[in-house]
Design a protein. Structure first.
Length: 412
């Protein structure tokens, strides 16, 4: 009897040892959720993709849509206008921002009103001929406006200026605005100088830093809450939130947000390299790597890397330093993780190239102060201040903004 018990004991030990060895050969215990299940649970789902949350509400209403090429629904990336029309939604008008409804107009190019050849719907340009704000006539017969545009989280990206004017027009004409919220690919970043209202323009309308770290939905709440609309009117908002989103998450855009932000790297570098739009330098417009390479013909002999901007229809017909070989900095080898790990706007490239430029008197142009949001940054660079000193001067404004921002956040 004792011998039998001993054999049973040995059998149990062997079985447990075998099980332990089998599990040791795996990286995780068997109780771990399967990759497929984890993916389903954590996948970021845009507001537009959650059709069941809003379809009953918008059906039976006359709809206007502020959209562009980023306004898509589903894995097939079907334009939201086409998807909703197929579902029987009564879309009456389309409103297009900078670069147009189909997103094929160059930077700064005036876009005229037209009819969409695919749907036959009237397309009203909110960028052509300084027509930034929908008129009462534009909104006549509209019960609900839908704003569905991918933003990249910077003050000078003009879609948040379009948002402001659409909100103002809706508030003045008693039209509700529904926002299909989308992740901010630079949502992890809150940085840069705060706008001085003396430099208010379409590339900087509000007292926020260069990188605001908010989604369109959150930003709309801030516009309302801070009384930034004319006469402090309030827009009635209905926000369809993004599911499973946090500001810290990396989000790969499924569609290029504009013609010259054509790679993930360009989107992540944009808060830093867009400042070169306010200089005589080329930042890669006229190449297939805009915002990823920076240079000037006068730096020949100082830098080995070079590129030559050309006219590219639909991207940049007349880029700075067109047809001139430019020498400077190549950022193409940076990874998304490297850019995100910086955790701040990079000023070192701007400072370095200013020091290297032989003709410093013509380094900046009049546009720089609008992009920077004040005259201070230019003066600091010209005075030879370090990046650390410049960044220190931003901190009081940034701390104040972060407190304000916190009131309007919809996501962690």
């Amino acid at each position: 009897m004792k011998f039998k018990t001993f054999l049973q004991y040995i059998s149990i030990v062997v079985l447990l040892t075998h099980t332990a060895c089998s599990q040791a050969g795996n990286s995780k215990p068997d109780t771990r959720p399967s990759p497929k299940k984890n993916k389903i649970n954590t996948r970021i789902i845009t507001g537009a993709d959650q059709v069941s949350l809003y379809i009953d509400y918008i059906k039976g209403k006359n709809i206007g849509m502020v959209v562009n090429q980023t306004s898509v629904i589903g894995e097939s990336l079907t334009p939201s206008v086409d998807s909703l029309l197929h579902l029987g939604v009564a879309i009456k008008k389309i409103f297009g921002p900078e670069h147009g409804f189909r997103g094929n107009a160059s930077n700064g190019a005036s876009v005229n009103d037209a009819n969409d050849p695919k749907t036959g719907l009237p397309v009203i340009s909110l960028y052509g001929n300084k027509h930034y704000k929908p008129t009462a006539d534009d909104l006549k017969g509209i019960d609900l406006m839908i704003f569905d545009i991918q933003d990249v989280g910077t003050r000078f990206y003009t879609y948040i200026s379009t948002l402001h004017y659409v909100m103002e027009a809706c508030a003045e004409n008693n039209v509700e605005l529904m926002i299909f919220d989308r992740p901010n690919p630079n949502g992890y970043l809150v940085d840069g100088p705060i706008l001085d209202t003396a430099y208010r323009s379409f590339v900087g309308m509000h007292t926020i830093p260069i990188a605001h770290g908010m989604t369109i939905g959150e930003y709309a709440q801030m516009i309302n809450g801070e009384g930034w609309l004319k006469n402090s009117v309030k827009c009635k908002l209905n926000i369809v939130k993004v599911a499973n989103y946090k500001h810290s998450l990396y989000y790969k855009l499924p569609v290029n947000p504009s013609p010259n932000l054509n790679t993930d790297l360009s989107v992540l570098l944009y808060p830093s390299t867009c400042l070169f739009e306010g200089t005589t330098f080329s930042l890669g417009r006229g190449t297939m790597l805009p915002f990823v390479q920076i240079g000037h013909p006068l730096l020949k002999g100082k830098y080995s890397f070079s590129f030559t901007p050309r006219s590219i229809p639909g991207m940049s017909e007349n880029p700075p330093q067109k047809d001139q070989e430019c020498f400077g900095i190549d950022l193409e080898k940076m990874s998304a993780n490297e850019v995100r790990a910086m955790g701040s706007i990079n000023l070192s490239w701007l400072i370095e190239l200013y020091k290297a430029m032989p003709d410093k008197a013509h380094f900046f142009n009049a546009y720089f102060n609008k992009l920077a949001g004040s005259a201070q940054l230019r003066k600091q660079i010209e005075a030879g201040e370090s990046e650390a000193a410049i960044r220190k001067s931003w901190q009081p404004g940034l701390e104040k903004f972060k407190i304000t921002r916190k009131k309007y956040l919809l996501y962690e």
